[in-house]
Ligand binder design. Structure first.
Ligand SMILES: O=C(O)CCC(=O)C(=O)O
Length: 309
């Protein structure tokens, strides 16, 4: 494996102008084509690229692709800059919305503004057997992190040890997985994952497309991930993809039909606020109590409205 220490970074205003945008090949100088460890000027790891590392597990377990492929219809308008657009307000709500992209969050989530209890995501709760079929892939990703970036793995493992096991993929240091299907992320930094940890990103790839390179624009480093490749990375550094396109130049939602293009990226990580979650059954009781309160409130409103009417 080659080791590379970066010396220079892109000027802050150049990066600021790239935020939220889909990148081009003019935005990188270095293309990693073999196993590599890339360090930032201060010695912290930017990424470790392990080409083909996951091919054995993907070959042995064809069901892993089937489960991930099956997630392609789950769309999210909550990916912010990663969607390649700016968030827009939703009339009458505090929430904002970005472009809908094929991005699914599976596994566990901590409390949020609207959902004040910890939980498995809706898909996960409804498809536990399918979720469990992903374990061999996730175990390989976690083991690679332990082997290649042991201090970050250890920091994550320490948090995992303080988190209820209901929320952790067994024998891994992951609570949560984002699965993207065939869209180029705009330049963004991940949020919510453990700052002292490290992100892991696998790619499953089909068809004859070009582009979709993963780029760290501040460092002008990129990688064109092939099927079965794994990259361990600091997702708090700016990153995004170049535009994907079929050989004849088509680059929209019709790419799958045109050239069979499919690029699934699986990002597995630990969400740092999971340590504060009670056991799943306890959190589910909280959720029920909240729902009941809301229903009673809605009922009272209706009654009052009726009386007024
Ligand atoms: O698919 C990729 O290469 C990047 C995915 C990513 O950055 C994300 O989901 O946050």
């Amino acid at each position: 494996m080659i080791e590379m220490r970066l010396r220079s970074r892109t000027a802050p205003d150049t990066v600021a102008a790239q935020v939220g945008k889909v990148l081009t090949d003019a935005d990188h100088d270095v293309l990693l084509t073999g196993p590599a460890r890339v360090l930032m000027p201060d010695g912290r790891p930017l990424c470790v690229y392990l080409p083909g590392h996951l091919s054995p597990v993907l070959d042995r377990r064809p069901e892993v692709y089937e489960v991930l492929h099956g997630l392609r219809n789950l769309k999210s308008d909550n990916r912010g800059l990663a969607s390649g657009t700016r968030r827009r307000p939703i009339p009458g709500q505090k929430r904002t919305r970005a472009k809908r992209v094929a991005s699914a969050v599976i596994g566990s989530l901590e409390t949020a503004q609207r959902q004040t209890y910890c939980r498995l995501t809706a898909w996960t709760g409804d498809h536990l057997p399918a979720y469990e079929q992903l374990r061999p892939l996730l175990r390989s990703m976690s083991a690679a992190l332990a082997d290649h970036v042991p201090d970050r793995w250890a920091a994550q493992a320490e948090h995992v040890a303080r988190t209820h096991r209901d929320y952790i993929v067994p024998d891994t240091v992951f609570s949560t997985i984002t699965v993207n299907n065939t869209y180029s992320t705009g330049v963004h930094q991940d949020a919510g994952d453990l700052a002292a940890g490290f992100s892991t990103l696998a790619v499953l790839r089909r068809g004859a497309y070009t582009g979709g390179r993963l780029v760290f624009p501040e460092w002008r480093v990129s990688v064109d991930m092939a099927d079965g490749d794994l990259i361990l990375m600091d997702a708090h550094q700016w990153h995004g993809n170049t535009r994907m396109e079929c050989p004849h130049g088509l680059n929209d939602d019709r790419m799958r039909k045109c050239c069979g293009a499919e690029r699934i990226s699986v990002v597995a990580y630990f969400r740092e606020r999971m340590t504060g979650c009670g056991p799943l059954a306890e959190e589910a009781r909280k959720a029920e109590a909240i729902a009941e309160k809301r229903n009673t409130f809605a009922g009272k409103l209706t009654q009052a409205d009726l009386e007024r009417g």
